[in-house]
Write a protein that binds this ligand. Structure first.
Ligand code: COA
Ligand code: AMP
Length: 632
């Protein structure tokens, strides 16, 4: 079959042959004219001229090819005490009917639909129904507040929205419908219709003329057929945090996406059709899109929809229980989930209760797997623990250990080697390529492989400014790191103001924008401080306007509440302190990097450009009062 190196080399020297072969595994209604179309650089396109339907590939063809009675989805919800199996045939019927319902609401090919749903199978049904119609879905994670949802509504301009009466977060029931209503109230764009799935845990009030119950919509619908789309047509938009308060609408295609995701199931995750594959994430994130929904279904696996947490639902054995009960072969989650389990069950007592003999490997992403977590998980599980590095932009791993080709030796702290298709390089700030072990900015030589972002939704200019212009000829990942002598990739963190909290990507810039609107705040800075559990946590520093003499703790509480209400609980913004002034360079730039080091209790050198060195001591004292700046 060939070594990892054979695969990688061929993917770079012969992308047409490499991906053209991979594309044979997808069912096309019309074959492509070109595998890689580089006629409009840097807007590379894959499989131009090809036509297909992603939903057909993910569901219908499995029904036609002998998998009709195989479970497509296992819904495991400890928070509602439910376990439900949906076969491929049942899934096809549910998706076709819901697609028929959307059609009755006027949704046609090319329309956008925003989905704001908890982790229930209906979230997948809604996504796949859009794909069936050639409509473009945009799923918004439930932990985002109405204002964030409104920003996405304004950008995506959905004809229809799909939501539920509530989500359930551990022991908390979170009514979604009021959040949806507030978002629509705030948004300039108004969707014509909202479909609401009623859940028994919370009631919802429908807005007459606009809202319709899921069940009523489906009761009146006829099943809809799959609509053929161009390989290069958009399948979905997924918003992700940039450095400002305006998120980036990543656009994914149909053809390249189906080909690359299908390919990864065998060569990266090493599963077979029919296997049970579990990504313990949320459909609101890219991991959920790629590996709860599309990847496993395109490949004919059984996917798990888990509505629960790694701990507390009911205990730190939850993941092992699911693996054991459903015969999971591969689990994909974020390192923070393992740290949560380790915190409550370091000795693995809960793990011992379950037979996980059919479990083969654990994959981690969302943040770097720190060597401690790696060691612990490896000792506990006695199986490969594979860190792989990727982003919303790419839909699949940029670097990983391609176990389905060959399992390379694992180096803790590294995501192993570049994925086939990704010509990863390390460059300096002035775009000079750096040699082994030299830290720099991680970039990928263009073109990117299939499934990676086409552009930003209706904003080619921002796509160019964000990803292409900073390092001409390369895709700018926003991450920093190095490659060692063996070509292993070590991704150490972001070079921008994006932070990673419990595997969730957030913008400190967006938090600063919220804080700056407080009437008592003159200036502020939010940075990501290292956290043993969540990887990073946002920490705010604020300077009050002259003459403000209110109690500082009242102000900081208000700021915490504002970020929670305007960005969402997922921001985990709980630490903020008032300071007299912020450390700046002589030209007025806030020294965020130095403050971050101070917050972490790390060594730092006095920046030569600093305006007043005394500010750093003040910041250190202030951070100590909220539990940061503790020297190790
Ligand atoms: N809807 C509404 N609120 C949500 C939410 C949702 N879908 N998801 C999270 N929240 C809330 C949480 O309840 C919490 O609220 P609180 O401040 O009132 O406690 C807040 O947002 C922060 O959530 P989170 O950062 O997830 O912290 P947590 O302590 O609730 O859970 C983990 C921590 C590690 C257990 C959890 O983040 C986890 O399982 N993460 C790993 C898996 C994952 O989702 N990875 C994503 C990419 S792979
Ligand atoms: P997201 O777009 O939410 O998937 O977040 C992508 C960002 O998370 C990347 O740019 C990295 O900063 C970080 N990230 C994800 N996976 C890893 C990993 N395995 N190692 C290091 N950083 C990671």
């Amino acid at each position: 079959m060939g070594s990892y190196q054979d695969f990688f080399d061929r993917s770079i020297t012969d992308p047409d042959g490499f991906w053209g072969e991979a594309a044979e595994a997808i069912t096309w209604t019309k074959k492509w004219d070109k595998v890689l179309d580089d006629s409009n650089q840097p807007f590379y396109r894959w499989f131009t001229g090809g036509e297909l339907n992603t939903c057909y590939n993910a569901i219908d063809r499995h029904v036609e090819n002998g998998r009709a009675d195989q479970p497509a989805i296992i819904y495991d919800s400890p928070v509602t005490d439910t376990i439900e199996t949906i076969t491929y045939r049942q899934l096809r019927d549910q998706v076709a009917l819901f697609a028929g319902g959307l059609k009755n609401l006027g949704v046609v090919k090319g329309d956008t639909v925003v989905i704001y749903m908890p982790m229930v199978p209906q979230a997948l049904v809604a996504m796949l129904a859009c794909a069936r119609l050639g409509a473009v879905h945009s799923v918004v994670f439930g932990g985002f507040a109405p204002k964030e949802l409104a920003i996405r509504i304004n950008d995506a301009k959905p004809k229809v929205m799909v939501s539920a009466s509530c989500g359930i977060e551990g022991a908390k029931v979170i009514p979604y419908k009021p959040l949806l209503d507030q978002a629509i109230e705030l948004a300039e764009h108004k969707p014509e219709k909202c479909v609401i799935m009623a859940r028994p845990q919370a009631e919802a009030q429908l807005v007459p003329g606009r809202d319709v119950w899921w069940d009523d919509l489906v009761a009146e619908a006829e099943p809809a057929e799959c609509v053929t789309v161009a390989a290069t047509d958009p399948l979905y938009i997924l918003y992700t945090s940039g450095t400002t308060g305006i998120p980036k609408g990543i656009v994914r295609d149909n053809g390249g996406h189906a080909v690359a995701l299908h390919w990864t199931m065998k060569y990266l995750y090493d599963v077979e059709p029919g296997d049970v594959y579990w990504a313990a994430s949320d459909v609101g994130w890219v991991v959920g899109h790629s590996y709860i929904v599309y990847g496993p279904l395109l490949y004919g696996c059984t996917t798990i929809v888990y509505e629960g947490k790694p701990v507390g639902t009911p205990d730190p054995g939850a993941f092992w229980r699911v693996i054991s009960q459903h015969g999971v072969k591969v689990l994909f989650t974020a390192p923070t989930a393992l740290r949560a389990i380790k915190r409550e069950d370091a000795a693995g007592e809960y793990l011992k209760k379950y037979d996980i003999s059919q479990f083969e490997a654990l994959y981690l992403a969302g943040e770097r797997t720190d060597p401690d977590t790696y060691q612990w998980a490896t000792e506990m599980l006695q199986r490969p623990v594979i860190d792989h590095w990727w982003q919303t932009e790419t839909a699949w791993a940029i670097a990983g250990n391609f176990r389905g080709i060959e399992l390379l030796p694992i180096k803790p702290g590294s995501a192993t080697k570049p994925a086939p298709g990704y010509d990863v390089r390390i460059v300096s700030g002035d775009n000079q390529e750096l040699g082994p072990n030299q830290p720099g900015v991680v970039v990928v030589k263009l073109p990117l492989p299939p499934a990676t972002l086409l552009t930003l939704w209706q904003n080619d200019q921002r796509f160019l400014e964000s990803y292409i212009n900073p390092f001409p000829g390369y895709y700018f990942t926003g991450d920093e790191g190095y490659m060692d002598d063996d070509g292993y990739v070590f991704v150490m963190g972001r070079v921008d103001d994006v932070i990673n909290v419990a595997g969730h990507r957030l913008s400190t810039g967006a938090m600063e924008e919220v804080i700056a609107t407080h009437p008592d705040v003159a200036e502020c800075a939010v940075m990501g401080a290292t956290d043993d559990f969540k990887g990073q946590l946002p920490v705010g520093l604020v300077v009050l306007k002259a003459g403000v003499d209110r109690d500082e703790s009242d102000i900081t509480q208000e700021l915490i509440q504002m970020v929670r209400e305007q960005i969402g609980p997922i921001a985990s913004f709980k630490s903020v302190v008032v300071v007299a002034r912020l450390p700046k360079t002589r030209s007025g730039k806030i020294l965020r990097g130095t403050m971050r080091k101070i917050a972490d209790g790390a060594e730092y050198s006095m920046p030569s450009t600093i305006d007043d060195p005394a500010t750093l001591g003040e910041i250190e004292e202030a951070l100590k009062t909220i539990g940061y700046a503790q020297k190790a």
